[in-house]
Design a protein around this ligand. Structure first.
Ligand code: NDP
Length: 327
């Protein structure tokens, strides 16, 4: 089969299209012929060496497609079923081996491209809005990178729960998309000269004070500003590092800034049991089918152009979900 390999740690140019043997399912596993593989920031952290990985490796951990082979003991899935998968390394490939019990059956009516966006960004937006901080009606919250994959979904989920959402974005197009997803206020943080001072001032003016929660997947460039947006006992949800990792941090700052909380959540801990995984996925698929959640596929690349997909994602040139079209 064709697959993309990261040959060594480095920039997008370490990604190469290669031919490798087709996978075969082990006990409890299925093999899926992928229609689409999701591209996520974590794939770039792994490719670049921020998260240790063996090399060469096939990047990617999510996608959607059709089951073509089932392993010993698998009764929950059959050849021909359409599934999405959340946590299977090696997803930038024509065929992907995944654990049957963790595969998400894609309901009729949900496009497989859209289903490929659910396992990472969809489930992340879901746990952030419902569990890390259960967003309440009447909350005013801040979501950075509001036109990104997680950003668009989190804005919609939080708005549906009755929150007023403020977002940050870096272009006019992204501002329009973020507003269409429900953002009440959109701040062009790329135009601010002194982000750590100007952003909290703008947010506090718009919100009429500090916020109960900030969702920050941008990391290094926004962390200080995010902390300064919180009200006493507010929660800083640092869930990513698209601008780089946040440097070591003096915990005393939490005291001085108002008994603040900081959490650095990871999806794996919020879908640890199959029940939790399925229940979050069910919530998302239901919302897609009743049209209360719009999953925007902003950028599509052929599998062979994974390098361009990584360049676009890291270059802030994408909106919503980025997928590799496998067939
Ligand atoms: P996005 O689609 O949000 O893309 C990242 C966005 O970050 C860009 O579009 C850009 O938006 C913004 N950004 C700001 N500064 C930079 C920079 N210097 N370089 C690149 N981008 C920048 O990505 P995802 O939705 O896939 O992921 C968002 C974050 O969530 C990532 O950090 C990812 O690692 C994290 N994540 C965390 C999970 C968890 O469980 N903890 C699970 C899934 C994702 P703009 O141009 O508007 O500034």
């Amino acid at each position: 089969m064709h697959a993309i390999q990261a040959l060594q740690a480095g920039g997008p140019d370490v990604l190469e299209l290669v031919e490798v043997p087709d996978p075969t399912p082990g006990p409890g596993e299925v093999v899926v012929n992928a229609v689409a593989a999701g591209v996520n920031f974590i794939d770039t952290y792994r490719r670049g060496g921020m998260y240790p990985m063996p090399f060469p490796h096939i990047p990617g951990s999510e996608g959607a497609g059709t089951v073509t082979a089932v392993g010993e003991g698998v009764t929950s899935l059959a050849v021909g079923d359409t599934v999405a998968w959340a946590d299977s390394p090696g997803s930038y490939a024509e065929f992907v081996r995944t654990t049957a019990a963790r595969a998400l059956k894609v309901p009729a009516g949900v496009d497989l491209d859209v289903a490929a966006a659910i396992p990472l960004q969809g489930l992340t937006a879901h746990y952030l809005a419902t569990s890390t901080y259960p967003v309440q009606a009447g909350d005013t919250i801040l979501v950075h990178a509001g036109a990104g994959g997680v950003g668009l979904l989190l804005t919609q989920l939080a708005t549906a729960r009755g929150a007023r959402v403020i977002t940050t974005v870096s272009s006019d197009e992204k501002e329009q998309l973020s507003r269409a997803a429900g953002a009440a206020e959109v701040i062009r943080y790329d135009l601010l000269k002194d982000l750590p001072v100007e952003l909290p001032a703008l947010v506090r003016e718009v919100a009429g004070g500090g916020l109960p929660v900030v969702y920050d997947g941008v990391g290094r460039s926004t962390f200080d500003a995010s902390l300064a947006c919180l009200r006493p006992r507010g929660l800083m949800v640092l869930f990513g590092a698209s601008s780089g990792a946040v440097p070591p941090f003096d915990l005393q700052r939490l005291n001085a800034s108002g008994s603040l909380y900081v959490t650095r959540p990871s999806l794996g801990h919020y879908i640890a049991t199959t029940e939790e995984l399925q229940s979050r996925a069910d919530g998302l698929f239901t919302a897609i089918l009743d049209h209360s959640l719009d999953v925007r596929i902003g950028n599509r690349f052929p599998l062979a152009e994974a390098r361009a997909a990584h360049e676009a994602l890291e270059g802030r040139a994408t909106t919503g979900k980025v997928i590799l079209q496998v067939r």
